[in-house]
Write a protein that binds this ligand. Structure first.
Ligand code: BLA
Length: 506
């Protein structure tokens, strides 16, 4: 890029730049279909894409201002069939217009109907939806692991869409993502296991992917089509499947060697959990009907997978319950003595893979190790007893906390705290972890402060997606869901234990 200059922007500035792009107001569409936007009250056509002649055989300028209900090529019934909520959609496949066939779609916008027409491609999928759905279930008497469900989802989609590469991309809490399953040719670049920074899919784009059933980027190099309208304000394309492609993202896809890209959101418990991302190096025509089939498949996967996850959670809960029951049974045999507390600390250390555990009660410590540094523990406790945000607190690097920066003790870096209540002198149980070397494999260097910034201040996506390994050695391993569940249950066990001590003293 000749006009590009290297500038050092803070990563916050860069992410803010990405977030500013008003994707829904691009004022243009991709050329694989034609678009009309009509007022839902008056039915007057307000916007028309400049390619209706190619697809419908009617010149765009003659359509602006006309009534949608009077269009003989259109099926007005679709406007009554479409749901009332914004974003609702209805499709009519193989709709005949004279000698041509189109796939028609009507979407409900804010006081508008968005109409999209795409030419029919005769090479659609040969599979029925029920045949495809069957692929998503484990055979009788077979138990699948999570990764088996993921793989079968990609297998099912690849039967509908002959993409070169299909990826299942899962978001983490901070919106970084990881490729957790991959369906690709043997000689292809491997993305499996690689991480991508959150800013690769800005929040504004994620919101649209959450709200729409899929996103097709038909051809990164096809020039977009203008939209003619009765006003200078561009139409809202939030619900349009044809919306033009963000130039930054088109460059990103070119850098990845992709011409056609198709993404389907994976929504679990009402949250954007991941994306199925399909790549093709050359242009691949993706028929509206095949898109619809794969969207339905992903929706079906979501319900099967959600059931699998809740079964898994139940089984984890019951394992933890058994563990806690066994610990408390052993503790009650020891009848509220100091030995009972040591037993609890030892078991907790092992279960949560800690270096050691300690409990503080009215300022006095009991530890699972003999050589704990008590002044250090007091310092850490001073910090955590002031935090009343929750009964279970955790951290993977206490050196990032105010006042604890200088801690140099090798066994104490990650901390999980279980509080019985928030009073100053009450009891708190600590589990400590040491720092661990952790490798994070990124697809290219994710550091946006080293990115290229053009004269206009826009950011170019990175050029290379080759594996780039970051070595982190400062923090402990992250605390898992199972650690948190254990901590919650251990808190109850601990309360029972102290009640027992109290009643012994009465
Ligand atoms: C959109 N970015 C996307 C999309 C994906 C990714 C899946 C959805 C659109 C599509 O299907 O192509 C990112 N694609 C990935 C990732 C993988 C993948 C992570 O296959 C991993 C395997 N992108 C940048 C930077 C910016 C940016 C720096 O790298 C911001 C300046 C923006 N990404 C960006 C934008 C969109 C996007 C604006 C929306 C594109 C659109 O819908 O028009």
């Amino acid at each position: 890029m000749s006009d590009a200059k290297h500038a050092q922007l803070s990563s916050t500035d860069i992410v803010a730049n990405c977030e500013k792009e008003q994707l829904h107001l691009s004022g243009q569409i991709q050329n694989f279909g034609a678009l009309l936007v009509a007022d839902s009250e008056s039915m007057q056509i307000r916007y028309v894409s400049d390619n209706t002649n190619d697809i419908l055989g009617i010149k765009a300028e003659t359509l602006v201002g006309q009534s949608l209900s009077e269009q003989t090529w259109f099926d007005t019934a679709l406007c009554s069939e479409v749901g009332r909520s914004e974003g609702a959609r209805v499709c009519r496949f193989d709709h005949r217009i004279g000698s041509k066939k189109v796939n028609l779609r009507v979407l409900r916008g804010e006081n508008t109907f968005v109409v999209e027409a795409e030419p029919v491609n005769l090479q659609g999928s040969n599979w029925s939806l029920s045949e495809l759905r069957a692929i998503l279930y484990p055979p009788t008497h077979t138990e699948w692991k999570a990764k088996d469900y993921w793989e079968k989802l990609l297998t099912a989609i690849s039967s509908v869409l002959p993409f070169h590469r299909l990826l299942l991309y899962r978001f983490e809490d901070d919106w970084t993502g990881e490729v957790i399953s991959e369906h690709a040719r043997k000689d292809d670049v491997e993305y499996l296991g690689l991480k991508f920074p959150a800013s690769d899919i800005p929040q504004i784009a994620r919101k649209m992917y959450f709200e729409n059933p899929s996103r097709l980027i038909d051809h990164v190099d096809q020039p977009p089509v203008d939209i003619l309208g009765d006003s200078d304000t561009p139409p809202d394309l939030t619900w349009s499947d044809l919306r033009s492609v963000s130039p930054v993202h088109a460059q990103y896809l070119r850098n990845m060697g992709i011409t056609t890209s198709f993404s389907i959101p994976v929504i679990l418990s009402g949250n954007l959990w991941g994306i199925v991302s399909c790549h093709h190096p050359s242009h691949l025509h993706v028929d509206a009907q095949s898109r619809y089939q794969s969207e339905q498949l992903v929706k079906h996967f979501c319900s099967i997978y959600a059931t699998f996850l809740s079964r898994q959670r139940l089984s984890l809960l019951s394992t933890i319950d058994d563990k806690i029951n066994s610990i408390t049974a052993q503790m009650s045999l020891l009848d509220g003595s100091g030995e009972a507390l040591t037993l609890l600390l030892n078991e907790t250390t092992v279960t949560c893979s800690g270096t050691f555990s300690a409990v503080v009660m009215n300022g006095s410590w009991t530890c699972s190790t003999g050589d704990a540094d008590i002044p250090l523990l007091n310092k850490i406790d001073k910090y955590f007893r002031q935090d009343t945000s929750d009964y279970i607190l955790s951290n993977t690097n206490i050196r990032l906390l105010q006042g604890l920066e200088a801690i140099d003790e090798g066994d104490v870096r990650g901390v999980m705290v279980i509080k019985l209540d928030h009073s100053r002198d009450n009891t708190r149980l600590y589990i400590f972890r040491r720092p661990e070397k952790q490798l994070v494999e990124w697809a290219g260097n994710p550091d946006k402060s080293k990115a290229q910034v053009s004269e206009t201040g826009s950011l170019s996506p990175r050029q290379s997606f080759e594996k780039w390994t970051e070595v982190k050695g400062e923090a402990s391993l992250p605390w898992s869901k199972s650690d948190f569940l254990f901590a919650k249950k251990a808190r109850v066990g601990l309360m029972r234990f102290f009640n027992q001590i109290r009643s012994n003293h009465v």
